[in-house]
Structures are given as C-alpha cells and as structure tokens.
Design a protein. Structure first.
Length: 367
C-alpha cells in the first residue's frame, strides 16, 4: 500500500500566514464535512493563480469536533489542550474545533484563501481567533531573536512531525498533531533588561543567533527548558512554524506558536517544563515577558483522509466519500483509490509543492 500523503505541514517557513480557529455550530457538521472534502481544492484554486506564491493550507480538527464529524477512527492521542497552572505563569485552554494554517509568500494570497474558506464555512462555524502573521527580518520573533533554528533537520523532520503509522489506525497514517498558542510580549519589560539578560532568557546570542555554551546557558532559559530527551538520551523534537504578529499602534506585539508533532506528548512535556517548570518551580524565563492567551490541540489528517472522509456519525458504513471526492472520481475515473487528487501537479513546481505537500520531494527547510 502506498504511504499516506501528509498535508503540507513540512513545507518551509513562508513570509506570511493566517491562522484561523473556529468552533463548529450545532447542526453545522455536514457543511464543515463538505468544506473539509473540498479544502485541498480551495488551496489549489488560489495557488494556481500565483504559481510562485508558495500557497499551502493545513486543516486540523479538535478533539470534540472529531467525534461530531466522523464515526471513526479516532487519533489515539487527540485530546483537548490541557490547561497548565504553574506557581507563576499559566497556559489557558481555549475553544477550537477547526484550525486553518494558511501560508504563502505574500499576505494577499493568504487573505484570498481565508476569504474563500470563510465564505464556504459561513453559518456553520463561529470564529474564535484570527491571527495574521508575518516574517520579521531574518525569521526573528518580535522580541528580536531568530526563531526556528533548532527545528528538526531534513532527515528527522518527518519522524518528528508525522505520526508513526504503527501507532495509529491505518486511515490516520500521514497525520500530524498540531498545537497552537497565541502569546503577547511585554515589550517595555523586555526592552527594560539588557541584551545579555535577554540572551540568558532564550539561551542564544541575539545578533548572530549562536547558542550559548553549556555551563553558561541557564537551566531556565527557553532553549534549555524545551530541550527534552527520551529514555535513551535521544532528543525529541517538534516542528515549529511560529509567526510574529501585532499592531504597534495598539501596543500589541505577539508570537503565534504552532507546532506539528508525531507524538503530542512531546509538545506537552515541553509545555509542562515551560509553565510548571523543570524541576517544578523553575519555569521558563521567557514567560516572565510573554503571556499565553489561547491554547488548542488539533489533528491534521493526511490528504488521503480528506479525499475520502470516513462516514459521519450515525451515517452507517456508506458514503465514505464526500461530494468533492465523488466529483473528482467523475473527473478522473481512472484514478487509483487513495491516489493524489487529480490536478495536484498543477500546484507543484520544481522547487516544491504548492497547495499540497508530499513526503516525496518535500522542499528542504531553511537551515
Ligand atoms: C512566546 C512564544 C515563543 C517564542 C517567542 C519562542 C522563541 C524561541 C526562540 C527564539 C528559540 C531559539 C531558536 C530556535 O531554535 O528556534 C526557540 C527555541 C525552541 N522553542 Fe520556542 N518560542 C516560543 C514558544 C515555544 C513553545 C510554546 C514551545 C513548546 C511547546 C517551544 C519550543 C521550542 C523548542 C523545542 C526550541 C528549540 C530548543 C533547542 O533545541 O535548542 N517554544 N523558541
């Protein structure tokens, strides 16, 4: 059997992104299922209008919504974001049934895709959060540090971000656990400490991004506290695609945190280290300047899953395809079941896939 094709979670960081988090209204489930079935088509529609624009879209589904939308199977580790209360800082869990992570190299393309989606979802959902993120200089966050450096390299990225097929029901192979949190920074407090103090909070030097030496880097620095290992001493990684956002005129300066993980336990261990502390009581120094306002967990299923959704709850075993998949079968009757949607080639260029991604030929992320 061909391996399932993930949604484009592994694509390199773009210059722009829009994050949309919705809840599904009671009775909105059928409309949402139709949108899920058409989602890759919407992405292709926008991507094909700007072939160089690196348009991609990923949709994730929250724990409660999963059971309202599908009769099964269920991702083994999908659960609501667990709120965290440390001695000093807390991470809230906030409502979210659907996450859309829309990326492109210019905001107009993200905007266009978000507009199409919002129109298709109208009436069925309630918006919980919309954040427009941008690349800030050399991929810095608004507190001035390069963000994303220690992301998994090209050889480990899929193992870090895409579920182990042995750990999930076959239909969920190629999926990924996504976690999001929206942070704002107290820039007066941050700029009120020396650059050396900021560097000790992050664990890297600010200007040249070089990591601080062992023995110099504090144990409560952000990079120390988020470095975790398994019982064999192998580092466990997640894929982060954080984006700055903000409104300087309103004093808002933020980081939208998004991670993709093969195992959500990894992300949650990092979060416990940050908020509860490692050891408990020794929290992440970055949190003295940064406040989490939202928290959500989602599962981003494979393209194959979206292409042939499982039945809706109560729908019996029939109807395993959406209207979109049926239409595609009519367009391309020769297509193998589970094959990549026809027309996807139109969204791919030699330097990488646009609109949809594939493990094969994933463009290499920035070093
Ligand atoms: C206010 C929000 C956040 C900001 C501004 C931020 C910023 C940064 C920066 C500047 C680095 C160093 C460069 C790099 O390797 O990327 C970093 C590293 C890292 N961050 Fe964050 N981060 C935030 C939240 C989080 C959260 C919530 C997690 C995990 C749940 C996380 C996990 C990591 C990991 C795993 C590393 C790499 C550690 C290493 O291997 O050295 N970050 N972050």
């Amino acid at each position: 059997m061909d391996p399932a094709t993930p949604q484009p979670v592994l694509t390199p960081l773009t210059k722009s992104a829009i994050f949309l988090v919705y809840t599904v209204r009671p009775g909105g489930e059928d409309q949402v299922r139709d949108v899920l079935g058409e989602f890759t088509g919407y992405v292709r529609t926008v991507a094909s209008r700007a072939p160089q624009g690196r348009v991609t879209g990923v949709v994730g589904i929250g724990s409660a919504a999963w059971d309202r939308l599908f009769a099964g199977p269920r991702p083994s580790k999908l659960h609501p974001f667990p709120p965290l209360q440390g001695a000093v800082h807390s991470a809230p869990s906030t409502p979210g049934d659907l996450l859309f992570h829309l990326r492109a190299d210019s905001m107009d393309l993200c905007f266009e895709l978000a507009t199409v989606l919002a129109g298709k979802l109208a009436g069925a959902v309630e918006l919980q959060d919309e954040t427009h993120g941008f690349r800030y200089f050399d991929a810095r966050d608004v507190i001035g540090f390069v963000d994303g450096t220690e992301n998994p390299g090209v050889n480990e990225i899929a193992d870090s971000a895409i579920v182990d097929p042995a750990a999930e029901p076959a239909e969920l192979a190629g999926g990924s656990y996504a976690t999001v949190q929206k942070y704002t920074h107290d820039m007066d407090a941050w700029n009120g400490v020396s650059v050396e103090e900021q560097e000790r909070a992050i664990g890297r030097h600010k200007w040249d991004n070089v990591e601080m030496e062992d023995g110099v880097k504090p144990d409560n620095s952000h990079s120390s506290i988020t470095t975790i290992e398994d019982e064999d001493g192998v580092q466990r990684k997640i894929l982060r695609d954080n984006m700055p956002f903000g409104r300087p005129g309103s004093g808002e300066f933020g980081t939208y945190f998004i991670s993709y993980a093969s195992d959500i336990d990894v992300t949650e261990e990092m979060l416990r280290n940050m908020f509860i502390g490692r050891p408990p009581g020794q929290h992440d120094r970055l949190l003295d300047f940064s406040t989490a306002h939202t928290g959500g967990n989602f599962f981003a299923p494979s393209l194959d899953f979206l292409d042939g959704l499982p039945p809706a709850p109560g729908a019996g075993d029939q109807g395993t395809t959406t209207a979109a998949a049926s239409a595609r079968a009519e367009e391309d009757p020769g297509a193998e079941p589970g094959a990549e949607p026809s027309g996807s080639e139109a969204a791919c260029l030699p330097d990488g896939c646009l609109g949809i991604g594939s493990l094969k030929g994933q463009p290499q992320r920035r070093p």
